[in-house]
Design a protein around this ligand. Structure first.
Ligand code: ZN
Length: 661
């Protein structure tokens, strides 16, 4: 009760007298998580409901997802709800779902759970409760809950169908929905169902009559680790470990002519050097391995997670954060195989976002945050349309009037459950440290060992580089605020209560660490210079040779024909004369970059995330830059880097210096 009062007081102080909506203040919604409960030295994500997004870039977007995406998504749930009714013994007519379909329903329920934490809605909650009741009635008596298999009268975890049945994928999403539904509503019925199903899986694979195997579509591994965190039951970690360890040993029959690499089964974990196969399965698998490293502290899992991280972020990721260029088997290609018209499924971007977050929790380095924001602000945001009711399965960088494949398969609810978790990706906390990985307007109550500390953020990031942070220390006075110094940022200044920190240093992990006794109303102001950068790609990426991409802050820009007299394949002039212009009326309010092409004609670039939101048009992200000299030196594991063209102009040697050389 004391906690309750202090939170209300806290919000009063923060909101400057005018109370704002918060889950913590609404009866029936659990209060924010107030205690940090990690092991020594551990970093934990801040729960979604401890973050209040308001204004800036994300506040209005959350409204769109709540008001448009959720109502729109219901119309696609018919198959799955009908299938549930059938499995529950009700009389139903019409088509039923396929093997993976019900994962869509569970991803959607997780979306709603996050939304209820931010925007309580009793009617919506009742709709979910009815579905939870159905799931409970559809579940087999032993706990097995995959409705497609139940309706087909097939055996649990059918060994002839393990790669294709999506048993574990579906159960993983059920578990994640259940954890979030309990966290945001306090209701435990769904997590009881999920635990019963997870217990059945444990019994099936690891019980006295257990049969080794695993679901060909990874997802259950990370969900089990999360379930263990939520319930304190270590048996779920054991099962996740078994699913990882059994891979690469020929225990699962491939579905048709599928290569074993497709489902990460080509070689055992310790021999896997790269992230291979189906890109969604692979990124989910890598996230599960990183989760196992976090849960067990075992170095083999940590080493494997780091190998996968280097494989994808150093050699197999587009500048927008997409992975999986091949249409055949929806797969990763060879190193540097990153065609601009590649496949690049939205779900793989969601998977990489989760993997990046786990790698930060595991290693604490700002490079994870760099990838995280690259994926989020480019690939993921491009996947979901600006009006919240449309989404793309594929996110190519180059496109020619083709209608993008847009259908209600796996991606739409994955995108919506992902964007609702921005608060979780933005913040993390240790015993005495708060970490900022994203700069998002609103407020956070970060749990530290000594209790909650409050931080209120005002910013227009990713469009502006200034971030103002108000501190409300609560009971904990001494702690450190860690601000990620983004990889794109070369110059920054910082003041605390108007006093400049000079020189401004970053830690060897890439953060500005501000440790002190904080006082009520202390203000941190971070200013990151955000010029337009011309980026070049590693010379082994064939499609990008001789080309540059425009990037400002974390946003990658490209050209659409609709803004450029029908042309998107452009060539930049010697001095493109870039200007950043605010266009509040365009594409939901964006900043465009205007300039000149090689013939002096005006050109307009828009952020990649906002592309493909108007009429059908051509689009290109990489642009010809005559005279660009590829160099294979000093890449140090990076795939993309600033050409420093704007800088070299101002520091270019004078003709006499040149002559002297
Ligand atoms: Zn998908």
């Amino acid at each position: 009760m004391r906690m309750w009062k202090s939170i209300v007081l806290f919000l009063l102080v923060w909101s400057g007298g005018g109370l704002k909506t918060s889950a913590a203040m609404v009866p029936g919604v659990p209060e924010n998580v107030g205690k940090w409960s990690g092991r020594e030295g551990q970093i934990l994500p801040v729960p979604v409901k401890n973050v209040h997004l308001e204004g800036g870039f994300w506040g209005p977007k959350m409204r769109v997802y709540k008001d448009r995406t959720i109502p729109h998504s219901w119309r696609y749930m018919g198959y799955d709800i009908r299938s549930l009714r059938k499995a529950a013994g009700e009389k139903t007519d019409g088509p039923f779902n396929n093997t993976w379909g019900e994962a869509n329903l569970y991803k959607f329920l997780e979306t709603i759970a996050h939304s209820l934490g931010m925007f309580p809605d009793a009617a919506l909650e009742r709709q979910v409760d009815e579905i939870v009741d159905l799931i409970g009635r559809a579940q087999r008596a032993n706990g097995y809950a995959h409705v497609f298999i139940i309706n087909e009268h097939k055996p649990d975890w059918d060994p002839d169908f393990l790669d294709g049945s999506h048993d574990g994928y579906v159960l993983g999403h059920l578990i994640e929905a259940a954890i979030e539904y309990q966290a945001n509503t306090g209701k435990g019925a769904l997590i009881d169902i999920a635990c019963k199903a997870a217990d059945e899986a444990y019994e099936h694979f690891l019980g006295p009559k257990g049969v080794p195997g695993f679901c060909g579509h990874a997802e259950l591994e990370m969900a089990l680790v999360e379930l263990s965190r939520a319930t304190g039951r270590t048996k779920y970690i054991e099962l996740a470990r078994a699913f990882v360890e059994w891979r690469g040993r020929g225990m699962v029959k491939p579905y048709g002519a599928t290569p074993r690499a497709y489902f990460q089964d080509a070689v055992p974990l310790r021999q896997q050097m790269n992230l291979d196969g189906h890109a969604v399965r692979a990124t989910f698998f890598a996230t599960g391995v990183a989760d196992l490293a976090l849960a067990t502290g075992e170095s083999d899992y940590r080493l494997a997670a780091n190998r996968f991280w280097d494989s994808v972020t150093h050699r197999r990721m587009t500048i927008t954060g997409s992975t999986g260029p091949r249409q055949e088997h929806e797969a990763f290609g060879e190193d540097y195989e990153l065609p601009n018209n590649g496949y690049y499924e939205s779900c793989a971007a969601c998977g990489l976002l989760d993997f990046a977050q786990r790698m930060f929790l595991l290693e604490g380095g700002s490079d994870s945050g760099d990838v995280l924001e690259r994926v989020l602000y480019n690939a993921v945001m491009h996947g979901i349309s600006l009006d919240g009711t449309n989404s793309y399965y594929q996110n190519p960088l180059s496109d020619t009037n083709k209608p993008r494949y847009n259908s209600w398969v796996c991606c739409p609810p994955n995108l919506s459950r992902t964007v609702f978790q921005v608060g979780r990706y933005a913040y993390a906390s240790g015993e005495e440290d708060v970490y900022f990985n994203l700069y998002v307007a609103g407020s956070v109550q970060a749990p530290l060992k000594g209790g909650l500390v409050g931080l209120k953020v005002e910013t227009e990031y990713p469009y502006e580089g200034s971030v103002k942070i108000g501190v409300t220390p609560g009971k904990t006075k001494r702690f450190a605020v860690n601000l990620r110094w983004p990889g794109w940022c070369e110059t920054a200044t910082l003041t605390i209560n108007g006093e400049a920190m000079n020189p401004l240093r970053k830690t060897d992990r890439g953060y500005i660490r501000l440790e002190r006794e904080w006082k009520e109303n202390d203000v941190i102001e971070l200013n990151m210079e955000m010029p337009v950068h011309l980026m070049e790609a590693h010379p082994l990426i064939k499609d990008c040779v001789g080309k540059v991409a425009i990037q400002r802050g974390p946003l990658v820009y490209g050209f659409e024909g609709v803004d450029n007299q029908g042309k998107a394949a452009l060539e930049l002039g010697d001095d493109p004369q870039f200007k950043v212009e605010a266009r509040p009326d365009l594409l939901g309010g964006i900043r465009v970059i205007t300039g000149q092409d090689v013939d002096g004609k005006p050109i307009v670039a828009v952020p990649f995330y906002a592309m493909a939101n108007r009429e059908k048009t051509v689009q290109e992200l990489w642009t010809v830059r005559r005279g660009l000299k590829p160099s294979d030196a000093w890449w140090e594991g990076r795939l993309y880097r600033n050409t420093h063209e704007t800088m070299t102009k101002s520091i270019a040697p004078s003709p006499t210096e040149k002559d002297a050389k």
